[in-house]
Design a protein around this ligand. Sequence first.
Ligand code: GLA
Ligand code: ZN
Length: 675
Amino acid sequence: MISSKLSKMLYGGDYNPEQWDKSVWPEDMRMIRLAGMDIATVNVFSWAMLQPNDETYDFSTLDEIMDMLHANGIYACLATSTGAHPAWMARKYPEILRTDFEGRKRKFGGRHNSCPNSLVYRTYSTKLADKIAERYKNHPALLLWHISNEYGGECYCDNCAAAFRGWLRNKYGTLDKLNEQWNTKFWGHTFYDWEEIVPPNMLSEQWSSRHTCFQGISLDYTRFNSDSMLDCYKLEYAELKKHTPDIPVTTNLMGAYKPLDYFKWAKHMDIVSWDNYPSADTPFSYTAMMHDLMRGLKDGQPFLLMEQTPSQQNWQPYNSLKRPGVMSLWSYQAVAHGADSVMFFQLRRSVGACEKYHGALIEHVGHEHTRVFRECAQLGGELVQLGDKLLDSRVSAKVGIIFDWDNWWAIEYSSGPTIALKYTDEVHNYYDALHQQNIAVDMVGLDADFSQYDVLIAPVLYMVKPGVAERLEQFTANGGTFITTFFSGIVNENDIVTLGGYPGELRKLLGIWVEEIDALFPNQTNRIIMKDAAGSLAGEYECSLLCDLLHSEGAEVFAEYGEDFYQGMPALTRNRFGQGDAWYVASSPEPSFLQGLLGQICADRGIPPIIPPKAGIETTRRTKDGQSYVFVLNHNADAQTIELGSVTGTELLTESKAEGQIVIAGRGVLIIEEK
Ligand code: GLA
Ligand code: ZN
């Protein structure tokens, strides 16, 4: 729960009045209120204004902004401003500047530009957070803290190198252990002194951001970099909590953002928030998966949609307008998946620099008579109408899909078997197959309580960290259905191969032995031929990317390969294990195969679709205090007639009865309060 003060979903967004002449502020307030908004994220990039030099802090403008928000009944999501350091600081203390992947020491410029291991940066950012919290701790507008902004990137400077050695000592204890776990006898890389270890970048072990001579060091550096930034966040967090233990703290995440292990981060966040910037051609099920991932970071607690654009971006190659209805549809998609806010970047479109063509509530024309404003105001009215009904409600799912940053990094640092293997794509294939069938999914980390699920899917579980195999065995033995894929069970947490046959620690659970792994060229496919027992899945399907050549060691073979020298070898197996079963999908199949397989497994386990599936229609269910709400979202541009199946109740936006067959407008949304 964000705050017990709230009586509706938060609605608003990033607001940068300090970049404007004060004469426009009253107009801003009028229009923000006219749009039905009640929250503004302020002070995101104001460090240079707040601290003009080493000794001076000047909060006069921020005071005015906070007071103005309060006077207008608008809450502040108050940022700490540490996402971009002032120019004077960079000049005076060059150590705060990052060194990039190519090994170049950066000069002042851009943002998200501070070295996370610079003591100067840590000291000044912590001090600023302390001063802001001290000053505004009792301010009536303060609802939420927003630390820094979109933490990200990497640094490879000497400070980071030194801190990395400390991090490694802590992890491995001895150089012997490190040498063993990085397999440094390969190419004669044995280290005799910690000081010999340098960050892996283009000057050392890597020849691209994806290719490294040593997976061990690259993997550890990625973890270290994520931890370093998290440490910066935690330092500021402690300052804020010192003054305001009850005000929730967040930082805006970015969905499946590769450099940071958000499952680790979320443990230190009071509420998850994230910035959703799909492109017009992003599959809507991918956006859905991102929302579910953000919800999964904190065990299903509601999250905040911190940013999205009301109309267009500026930083994509082609920044198309959101078509009429799309902004509203995508806002409700976030809510449908567990968001308790709808917020934008930004409220007033900037006049200069690189975001002047980024959409905003208030466009350059400066008044409210625009399509974008009208659509925002309409949504604002609807969120008022919905009141607190959906606030703090939960999405519940019987299917969990495992998402793991360590696996993602390790899979993509691997040299071989194929450059085409992209972790998020494989995870999305499984997610999409369920999403198409209106079956709810939780995206979960490896720490999750698996026992809450009937079906647990781990696409490409390449790395098996300590204890994971046992927990998966336990889940399955207790009656769960476990599904995993090709290229799983290969390495330990440091990318050292588990010897004795793939899939290593998962071999017993899966009842198979993978002897070889074939990589297919981009246009090459094989076929998965279902055997007789396969019921509704009967037939043939294409597969591509990788093909595991495997032998059953007790697992039942459901399908075989149709081509090549491994024609007739198993392509889909199921192993009975205790009360449950464990499936192995040996290649990357076409979508209809996964829809069939997962649909059948869910049907067998008594997990029905929320409503009967139809192309372009998305459904979710949120529940609170025993009352459930079904969201139906029409991603098609034209109206559709849909079957509500067993769902009946009152549609909240139109206050009309919803049951049986119903027409949903193009890009329309139904929110049905179930009977
Ligand atoms: C990010 C940032 C914002 C803004 C938007 C533009 O999400 O957090 O400051 O730059 O992108 O899309
Ligand atoms: Zn650094």
